[in-house]
Design a protein around this ligand. Structure first.
Ligand SMILES: NC(=O)c1ccc[n+]([C@@H]2O[C@H](COP(=O)([O-])OP(=O)(O)OC[C@H]3O[C@@H](n4cnc5c(N)ncnc54)[C@H](O)[C@@H]3O)[C@@H](O)[C@H]2O)c1
Ligand SMILES: O=C(O)[C@@H]1CCCCN1
Length: 314
């Protein structure tokens, strides 16, 4: 009989997962996914609306042949949550691919926060403009914090600006992170002149407008994961060179892509592999929806780190 699965909670995942190890693992997952050679199996996520409670449940399975990784994430995202409950909660199940037995059940909320920010950072590493002085973050929740953390570690920004719907949450964000943040009173004020813009809101109508975005800037658009939701207007969608994580998912799930009719230039994995160019001199936009392979690769890394820690030292 197979061993009982282990459980790795949020605090232990946060302790085991380091961006230094995560970044190359994610680059590899993005490249493998974008080869589209049948070695990675990842259907577009199944999403169950929970209308009565203003939320969704998403199921995200993937199998990666080369690293022999089989996992699924189950994620729920709710617009209104009880006080103290975060809007996104996730669990990852990691299987033994050879016999299908369950190896680990682990918290997926920290995984989602860290892998999403790391993928935006990878997009920025490849698509960034020459000048990297000002970072703008629209939104002030969990993803705003994980993005702030990795972006200020990886890039030499001199100024970070944040805007949120309520000034109170933007100020709370500024108090939570290490380092200086300029709290802006409007999204426009935060965006004007920024070299890199990150949208991490739960908005369903545009909060970012093309006329504000500096020509040559890079945008990471992380929210608006439903076909009828927007974070950006048509002007930005049509004027920027559009990169996505998955073309198939973008055409099924992204309101910004579907409703604007913007053309997709490439997948991020193709840029990392070098088969499609990074047009850094132009205004670039990475539309992130989040992929199961990112969760599977991250969960395997967490599990391997857990095993290494448990192994008795000789
Ligand atoms: N692409 C991915 O891989 C990925 C992964 C996880 C989360 N997300 C998305 O990123 C976004 C942020 O997630 P989070 O975990 O930080 O959520 P969160 O609930 O912690 O924060 C959401 C933020 O959006 C703001 N907001 C809510 N409604 C808004 C509106 N109508 N207009 C402007 N701002 C609004 C809130 O004030 C808050 O600052 C969500 O859209 C989420 O679905 C994407
Ligand atoms: O990839 C993810 O994990 C998230 C789940 C919630 C909706 C957006 N994408």
């Amino acid at each position: 009989m197979a061993d009982a699965p282990i459980f790795i909670g949020a605090a232990e995942v946060a302790d085991l997962l380091q961006y230094g190890a995560l970044l190359p693992v994610l680059e590899r997952a993005l490249v493998d996914f974008s080869k589209h050679d049948g070695m990675v199996v990842q259907p577009v996520r199944s999403t169950v609306p929970v209308d009565k409670h203003n939320g969704f449940l998403g199921v995200m399975p993937a199998y990666m042949t080369e690293s022999d990784t089989l996992a699924t994430k189950i994620v729920r995202f709710y617009h209104q949550t009880a006080f103290g409950t975060s809007s996104h909660q996730a669990t990852v199940l990691l299987f033994n691919p050879s016999d299908g037995s369950l190896r680990a059940i682990m918290d997926g909320t920290v995984i989602t926060e860290m892998r999403t920010a790391a993928v935006s950072a990878i997009a920025t590493k490849y698509l960034k403009p020459d000048r990297l002085e000002t970072l703008c973050i629209l939104g002030s929740g969990a993803q705003a914090i994980s993005h702030y953390n990795i972006f200020t570690q990886m890039f030499p920004f001199k100024q970070v600006r944040v805007w949120s719907r309520s000034r109170e949450s933007a100020e709370r964000f500024a108090g939570q992170v290490q380092g200086q943040v300029q709290v802006c009173t409007s999204a426009r004020e935060a965006v004007l002149g920024a070299d890199v813009v990150i949208t991490v809101t739960m908005a369903s109508e545009p909060v970012l407008f093309g006329e504000w975005v500096k020509p040559g800037a890079h945008v990471n658009a992380v929210g608006a994961c439903r076909p009828e939701w927007r974070e950006m207007d048509d002007a930005l969608m049509k004027n920027a060179v559009l990169y996505v994580d998955s073309k198939e998912a973008a055409l099924m799930e992204s309101g910004d892509v579907i409703l604007s009719g913007a053309d997709i230039f490439a997948e991020l994995g193709e840029v990392v592999k070098g088969t499609r160019p990074a047009l850094c001199e132009k205004t670039t936009l990475f539309k992130s929806l989040g992929m199961a392979v990112e969760d599977a690769a991250t969960a395997k890394l967490v599990f391997d780190c857990w095993l290494a820690k448990k192994k008795p030292k000789l």
